[in-house]
Write a protein that binds this ligand. Structure first.
Ligand code: 13P
Length: 249
């Protein structure tokens, strides 16, 4: 039985005082749902503080990216070793905003994912099609290729240590959500694609949906058989909304 994961991707939001305020609001809850693992991914600058605030709580910490390099002359990059000292458990990889604005490729995502798993952290590997690709009937092909390349060389053991997020780009920050049926269809095909490598690992793989998840649509998405949680952007910045999503199932 796959436990649901509700993860908040704060993106480039959250000063130190804002981080402190939002995390305290979340802890005051009720944000502890026994059916759900809760994760928050604040910006790098807030991770140290967030880890202190969340210590011994039910909320886990994640980062929004990591460098593919181990250390050295890579100005502004943040290494795995640095992340390990902040107490994160999860690392979002290949978010469409990284792919779009920073030209991240499936190959880079694959390199980072292997690094993250070797470091005993859990990658949340993001995939998803653009509006044009969906309208052109290419969703299946695009998503399958992203999965194939991003998980290239993965053993069953590596799949078991990963999380996938399906985030249709046209649904991110737009208020347009994929219908539960549309999302379910893609989640199912992702699971089938991964099952080509290992059936059992695919069966246990958490696949999250992301793209305008809000309190009013979370339940219908989360009850789909292959939707194992949500990667929440905008609504994760409002404690009330994020708590409502955590308790939607
Ligand atoms: P929104 O929930 O704001 O659409 O963002 C989704 C997302 O990109 C999460 O990673």
């Amino acid at each position: 039985m796959r436990k649901k994961i509700i993860a908040g991707n704060w993106k480039m939001n959250g000063t130190i005082p804002e981080t402190k305020a939002l995390l305290h609001e979340l802890l005051e809850g009720p944000s502890d749902n026994e059916n759900v693992k809760v994760v928050v991914c604040p910006p790098y600058t807030s991770l140290y503080l967030a880890n202190k605030i969340l210590q011994n709580s039910h909320i886990s910490l994640g980062a929004q990216d990591v460098s593919a390099h181990l250390k050295g002359a890579y100005t502004a990059e943040v290494s795995l070793e640095m992340l390990l000292t902040t107490g994160v458990r999860y690392v979002i990889l290949g978010h469409s905003e990284r792919r779009q604005y920073h030209a991240e490729t499936d190959q880079l995502v694959n390199t980072k994912a292997k690094l993250v798993i070797d470091g005993e952290l859990i990658p949340i590997i993001c995939v998803g099609e653009t509006l044009k690709q969906r309208e052109d009937g290419q969703t299946k092909q695009i998503v399958e290729t992203q999965i194939e390349n991003s998980l290239s060389g993965f053993s069953a053991d590596f799949i078991k240590k990963s999380v996938i997020a399906y985030e249709p780009i046209w649904a991110i920050g737009t208020g347009k959500t994929a219908t539960p049926q549309m999302a379910q269809e893609v989640h199912k095909l992702i699971r089938e694609k991964v099952a080509e490598t290992d059936k059992e690992a695919a069966e246990n793989l958490p696949i999250l949906y992301g793209g305008s998840v809000k309190p009013n649509n979370a339940h219908d998405l989360l009850i789909q058989p292959d939707i194992d949680g949500a990667l929440v952007g905008g609504a994760s910045l409002m404690a009330g909304d994020f708590i409502a999503i955590i308790n939607a199932i």
